[in-house]
Design a protein around this ligand. Structure first.
Ligand code: PLP
Length: 461
C-alpha cells in the first residue's frame, strides 16, 4: 500500500502481478505504478500481517467493515457448513432459503420502528441504488409519480454505482469530464461544524442547516421531493458528526413535507457507534429506509441490505395484481452470505461487542483527543469507533497544507512503518477499528499516531 516493500521474492512476485493487472479503487495511477500495493497475507482480530511477515494494528478495520475482527474459526466453520449444505440458491420470484429467511427475521428484531422488510443486496452501493428506485416506485404506487427528487448532502458518500456516486457529493470524487446524473438530485451543506463559516454555536449552525433544507424543498417543490438521504455520521466525507439536534430536526422537516428519510447506515450500523442501528439509539430518528452492509457480515463475505418500513411495503404491494419491484441481484439472499451474517450477529450479541464498542470507544475518543496539543492537529472528531484527525497548516486560521504535501498520506506512511494502519483521505486520517479493540490497542494506536504526526511535522519544517 504505502511504504517500501519487496523483502522477499514471493511478495515481490505477487505485487508485480497485481501492479500489472489490477485496477485498484481510488488509487493514484502514478504512485501505484511506482510502489504497487501492500500484499496482505493474513489477519487475526484487529491485526494484519503482510507477505513480509510484518504485523500492523488495522485501525481502519479493513474498509470500516471488519467489526468482529478477522480470523474467527467459528465463522470459517459456519461458512464451510453452509457451502456443503447449500452453496447457492436464488431468492428471485418464489424461492427462498433458510439463512435468508432467518436473517430477515433477525434484522427485523433489531431495527427501529416498523422497519420489518428486507431487500438483500451484494453490498452498500447496491442497497442505496435499490433504495433510490424504491423511493420513486413507492411514490408512483401511491399516485405521486413526480415525487422522485432526492436531497443529499455535500461530502456524502453513498456508493460507487452511477446513481449512488451521483447522490454522493465528495468534491474530489466528481471528476469534471465525467457526467454524473444531475436531474432530480440536489445537494445541501454538510453538517461540518468545524468548518462552518463564522464559527456559529452548534445550535445556530443547526438552525442554519434546517433553514437551508426548508429553502431547498421550497425551491424544488415538496410535491417533487421523494427522499432525504443521510449518513447519520458522514463517514468517508470526513467523519462529520452532526451538530446537536440536527438529524432529529431534519427528520421532522421530512415528516412535515411527506418526504422519506433514508439513513445510510452502511458504516454506522452493527456496532461502530455501540448499537446495532445508530439512527434511533444514537440520534432519536426512526427512518423510513435504512441501507446497510459492511458490519452486517464483518467483511467475511459481501453482503448488504435495504431495509424499509411496513408502511412503504403496504403501499407498494397493494393494488395492481401484477405489480413487482424490479430490483434484485443474483446474489440477493445468498445462503452462505446470510449464514455468515447471522453468525456474525450471534457473535456480536454473545460477546456483547456493543458494550465493548461503547466503553473502549469512549476511551478511544478521550485518548485521541489528547492529540489536540500537536501543532498540526486542527480537529479531532468522531464518536466511539468512528474517529478522524484533521491536519492543518495553521490551527488558528484552519488553513490546509497544499495538496502536494499530501499530509494525510505522509502521516499514514509513517504510521505504517511503525506498525499502524490509518486511512488517509486528503488532509485527514480516518479510523474505524474492529469492535474487539482493547484499551491496550488504543494506547498503542494513539502513541503511534502521535509519534507519526510529530515526525512528519519535523520533516515539514
Ligand atoms: N454508503 C456508505 C455510507 C459508505 O460508506 C459506503 C462505502 O464505504 C457505501 C454506501 C458503499 O458500500 P459498498 O462499498 O459496500 O458498495
Amino acid at each position: 500500500m504505502l511504504t517500501d516493500k519487496g523483502q522477499n521474492d514471493a511478495e515481490a512476485h505477487l505485487r508485480a502481478l497485481d501492479q500489472r493487472h489490477t485496477l485498484h479503487p481510488w488509487t493514484h495511477f502514478d504512485s501505484f505504478e511506482r510502489e504497487g500495493a501492500m500484499v496482505v497475507e493474513s489477519g487475526e482480530g484487529c491485526y494484519l500481517k503482510d507477505a513480509n511477515g510484518k504485523s500492523y494494528l488495522d485501525a481502519v478495520g479493513g474498509m470500516w467493515c471488519t467489526n468482529i475482527g478477522l480470523g474467527r474459526k467459528e465463522m470459517a466453520q459456519t461458512i464451510a457448513e453452509q457451502v456443503e449444505k447449500l452453496a447457492y440458491s436464488s431468492t428471485f420470484v418464489d424461492m427462498t432459503n433458510g439463512p435468508s429467511a432467518l436473517l430477515a427475521e433477525k434484522l427485523a428484531s433489531l431495527t427501529p420502528g416498523d422497519l420489518n422488510r428486507m431487500h438483500f443486496t451484494t453490498g452498500g452501493s447496491t442497497a442505496v441504488d435499490s433504495a433510490y428506485r424504491l423511493v420513486g416506485f413507492y411514490n408512483y404506487c401511491r399516485g405521486k409519480p413526480e415525487k422522485t427528487h432526492i436531497i443529499a448532502r455535500d461530502q456524502a458518500y453513498h456508493g460507487s454505482t452511477f446513481v449512488t456516486m451521483s447522490i454522493g457529493n465528495k468534491a474530489a470524487d466528481k471528476v469534471t469530464e465525467f457526467q454524473y446524473l444531475r436531474d432530480g438530485i440536489h445537494h445541501i451543506s454538510a453538517p461540518h461544524h468545524y468548518r462552518a463559516e463564522g464559527n456559529p454555536s452548534e445550535e445556530n449552525f443547526t438552525d442554519q442547516l434546517i433553514a437551508e433544507f426548508e429553502a431547498k424543498i421550497a425551491e424544488i417543490g415538496a410535491d417533487k421531493v421523494g427522499a432525504f438521504f443521510a449518513e447519520p455520521i458522514q463517514a468517508s466525507g470526513g467523519v462529520l458528526v452532526p451538530p446537536k439536534g440536527y438529524l432529529k430536526r431534519m427528520w421532522e422537516v421530512c415528516q412535515k413535507h411527506d418526504i422519506l428519510f433514508l439513513a445510510d447506515e452502511v458504516v454506522t450500523a452493527f456496532g461502530r457507534l455501540g448499537h446495532f442501528f445508530a439512527s434511533e439509539d444514537e440520534f432519536g430518528v426512526v427512518p423510513d429506509i435504512i441501507t446497510t452492509a459492511k458490519g452486517l457480515s464483518s467483511g467475511y463475505l459481501p453482503m448488504g441490505a435495504m431495509i424499509y418500513s411496513d408502511r412503504i411495503h403496504d403501499v407498494i404491494s397493494q393494488g395492481d395484481e401484477n405489480r413487482w419491484f424490479t430490483s434484485g441481484y443474483t446474489y440477493s439472499g445468498h445462503p452462505v452470505c446470510c449464514a455468515a451474517a447471522l453468525k456474525n450477529i450471534e457473535i456480536m450479541e454473545r460477546e456483547d461487542l456493543m458494550q465493548n464498542a461503547t466503553e473502549v470507544g469512549a476511551y478511544f475518543e478521550e485518548q485521541l483527543n489528547t492529540l489536540n496539543d500537536l501543532e498540526i492537529v486542527g480537529n479531532v472528531r468522531g464518536r466511539k469507533l468512528m474517529m478522524c484527525v484533521e491536519n492543518v497548516k495553521d490551527k488558528a486560521s484552519k488553513e490546509l497544507f497544499p495538496d502536494e504535501v499530501d499530509i494525510g498520506k505522509r502521516i499514514a506512511i509513517t504510521a505504517e512503518g511503525l506498525g499502524l494502519l490509518v486511512r488517509p483521505i486528503g488532509h485527514l486520517n480516518v479510523m474505524s477499528p474492529p469492535l474487539t479493540l482493547t484499551r491496550k490497542d488504543v494506547d498503542f494506536l494513539v502513541e503511534t499516531l502521535r509519534a507519526s504526526i510529530v515526525e512528519v511535522t519535523k520533516q515539514l519544517r
